[in-house]
Design a protein around this ligand. Structure first.
Ligand code: ATP
Ligand code: MG
Ligand code: FE
Length: 351
């Protein structure tokens, strides 16, 4: 199967052509980030995002097709993110995909963006079901048990901010540019991690839920006391913040792996990390350590496939199509669409 994928749920306009499922090959993976459009506002502005998607999506799709050296005849289906995400952008991408599918006479697959993240590791690595997924991005922070395509069980989630969101808000608070994650990481590398002590929210409680809003508030309180905050203090605060997040994730990962081993005693435990926050080296290392300590395999797709991209959407389309025919022409774009409400091919849940 050769599938054109389209992704527009947030602030990247992306298109890709992927071949699979047996001989897996990314024929093209084109992406344009809108960071410049949004940076002066310190976050993604939905209306600006939707307009930027409209302006550029045609060209991005043409580029992806050209780079893959594909004509419409070579494509077996069009897959596009149908949610969850900023609804304006989702509408632009999914409707464009429907139009292409209709004009070219190909089936359309409406992909859950989170399913794209969840299945990416099966594109890049040799990986069977079931496995554990830690999805950490700008909009989501959750542990999922991935039992199969369309078969997900959410084991725990943040009860307030997503981790990427916490990084972005913390960066803003400390006067660092948007998106905050990479800047906080850079500052943290020069910081003294012992100077500030931040809480590890919820870790005294069982289960796999997490909380990050309190962390940001605690950091703000400490920063306020020291105003005006000098550069070294910013670095020290970043180091403390990053360490607190890493500790929480490592502890929860250990518990998640214990749960997995109880549930699937005869399966090699695997933890996959996905989402933009997975770019963070300290977080990656602490997850790797947690996996090693539990005798589990740790899988992290290459960075370009961890953050939002269209190859993962095309691949999720391939995974759905290999199970049987798909026709999502009647599906509507949806701003919210929890992954665990979905069963294979039946997109009934969520309104
Ligand atoms: P979602 O996928 O949940 O809809 P999104 O599109 O914002 O949200 P991604 O593009 O996967 O998610 O990730 C972006 C987020 O990752 C941002 O919040 C950004 O700050 C964070 N991030 C990127 N690099 C790093 C890093 N090195 N350390 C920490 N966080 C990072
Ligand atoms: Mg993004
Ligand atoms: Fe994403």
């Amino acid at each position: 199967l050769t599938v054109l994928g389209i992704e527009t749920s947030c602030d990247e306009t992306a298109a890709a052509v992927v071949r699979g499922p047996l001989q897996k090959q990314i024929l093209s993976n084109t992406i344009r980030s809108q960071i410049d459009e949004h940076s002066e506002f310190g976050g993604v502005v939905p209306e600006i995002a939707a307009r930027a998607h409209i302006e550029i999506l045609d060209r991005i799709v043409a580029e992806a097709m050209h780079e893959a050296d594909c004509s419409w005849e070579d494509i077996d289906a069009v897959a596009a993110t149908a949610g969850p995400g900023l609804i304006g952008g989702v509408i632009v991408g999914f409707m464009t995909a429907k139009a292409i599918a209709m004009a070219a006479g190909k089936p359309i697959v409406g992909v859950n963006h989170l399913e794209g993240h969840a299945l990416t590791a099966r594109l890049t690595d040799d990986l069977d079901f079931p496995f554990l997924l830690l999805l950490v991005s700008g909009g989501h922070s959750q542990f999922l048990l991935v039992r199969g395509v369309g078969d997900y069980e959410r084991l725990g989630t943040t009860i307030d901010d997503a981790i990427g969101e916490a990084f972005d808000k913390t960066a803003k608070l400390l006067g660092l540019p948007y998106p905050g994650g990479p800047h906080v990481e850079k500052m943290a590398a020069r910081g003294d991690v012992t100077r500030f002590r931040l809480p590890r929210p919820l870790l005294d409680r069982p289960g796999l839920d997490m909380s990050f809003a309190g962390l940001k508030t605690a950091l703000r309180t400490q920063a306020k006391k020291l105003e005006p905050v000098d550069e070294q203090t910013v670095a020290d605060l970043c180091a403390a913040f990053q360490r607190a997040i890493s500790d929480v994730l490592a502890a929860r990962t250990r518990s998640a792996l214990e749960f997995f081993q109880e549930r699937h005693p005869d399966t090699e435990p695997v933890i996959v990390v996905a989402g933009g926050v997975a770019a963070n080296q300290e977080i990656r290392q602490s997850l790797l350590d947690a996996a090693n300590a539990a005798g589990a395999r740790f899988v992290a797709p290459p960075m370009a496939l961890c953050t939002d991209n269209a190859a993962m959407i095309a691949w999720a389309g391939i995974e759905r199509l290999r199970q049987g025919p798909v026709d999502d022409m009647a599906l509507s774009p949806r701003p919210r669409w929890p992954l665990d409400s979905q069963s294979a091919g039946v997109l009934g849940a969520g309104k």
